[in-house]
Write a protein that binds this ligand. Sequence first.
Ligand code: N01
Length: 537
Amino acid sequence: MSNKSREEKESFDAIVVGAGFAGLCMLHRLKQIGLSVKSFEVGTGVGGTWYWNRYPGARCDVESWEYSYSFSEELEQEWDWSERYAAQPEILSYLKHVAEKFNLYDCINFNTRVKSAIFDEHQKKWVIQTDCSKTSYTAKYCIMATGCLSSANIPQIEGFTDYQGESFHTGNWPKEEIDFSKKKVGIIGTGSSSIQATPIIASQADQLFVFQRTPNWSVPARNAPMPASEMKRIKESYQSLRREQRKLPLAAQKPPNRASALEVSGEQRKEAYENYWEIGGLSFLGAFKDIATNPEANETATKFLTKKIQETILDKDLVKKLIPDHYLGCKRPCSDTGYYDTFNRKNVMLVDSREEPIIRLSKDGIVSAKREYRLDSIIFATGFDAMTGSLDKIDIRGRNNLTLKEKWAAGPKTYLGLGTAGFPNFFIIAGPGSPSVLANMVVGIEQHVDWIGDCIRYLKDNDKNQIDPDPSAESEWVEHVNEVASRTLYTGCNNWYLGANIPGKPRVFMPYIGGFPKYVRKCEQVVEDGYVGFNIS
Ligand code: N01
């Protein structure tokens, strides 16, 4: 092959980084538009979040049919979901099926990490380098589908390298099955991942120690097999179901109650909470319209949940340790299957960091302020450097050699979560400033992908070469995102929305919390007004 043809082969219209839900959907869309595309993916297969998070109990907390693509009716009709909430292996099979069906495998380089994406102002192209070869890949458009929760947070605990047992992070779980039987296991963290993994590991391990720094609120998922009749009903009504879904603030779950928790009688309030408790999962947040915004309303919800914890846990001292003292929703709430019951097991012990913080790791396990816990396995369920972590790992440079890291040093700045000023033809799927991570991720991804696809087609049809946000529109959007967040109770605790789980990360509320429909309307308006807020040349 001549050098010339090699170069041609390495130049594409668009490069997509990541092959999870977002990357696959974007690839398909770009191929439909007729662009030449290439994707790079660190994993050895498709799946993104659902490739890496293979920990025992990993399951989606959005209902399976809702957490699926809508872009192909054929796909909708041929795929059967086996449970109300799909488990990780089923979601991964679904994504493999999608990649196969839409011939996406050919454009993906697996086992390949993008090291840098640099905008060459002379060529007006993005130049991408990977860790696999010296080849430079160039493309007019660079699209980051790197995920919001994909950069594992491994805390810097003293003595980390001294520990000689096995250790895992939930977000980077090995492919082979891990046998915890006859083992003493410690799990650090009590967020969504731990709350799902804990009951399963407890049923396998000889002993399980749950290291809790902050308790979290959780509502039973009420997962169940999907009856064939229900799947049939869903298939018959996908179009209308999806239409209704997109009108909801979270683009999923049961429609929220329009009443205030403070305007109904005690009896009515209890009935509503019981009703949403029975529905299960994250729908509980919609039991009243003001749970997320009014401290008193929120307190009625947390009182209800406190009672449920008290009714489940037999040991009264333990109950106190498991009751959170933050507003419901401030830390992302969890959806569980038997989490609290697990603490009634004799082989499970809660280690409350408020009484005995973790001091260091030793050769044999974890040393707290009170004692050493000798462990065969440590599981880090310690979350992610959310929203910016995976982008930070890549050397991304826009005009004037400005790095994204420098630009975002005081917190991420985007317009609509889709692009950032000074980085032409650079798009982010579900970036900071987008609502996706707070809503149904798949619906959010499809909306972003459609918007980006339409934008690229617009540029093509109108002989335009470059688009990036205007700095003033971007500043206004960042301000708006923060202003909307400040009207909620979500800024008052150490959550990953604020980056507060990562030492040294600027404390800025990253996702847009104004609701999915409002966001979609804003994106549509921007297009109707000729891509207002973007500079196009
Ligand atoms: O992570 P988290 P996650 N010492 O950040 C603790 C999505 N998700 O992987 O709260 C001791 O929520 C930390 O303590 P604290 C979902 O959006 C969805 O569980 O910072 N402890 C916390 O308890 C979710 O929100 C699904 O005090 C330390 C835990 O580790 C997001 O992913 C399933 C520590 C981290 O909790 C992240 O969830 C799973 C330290 N140094 C995940 N550092 C579903 O769809 C951290 N912690 C169901």
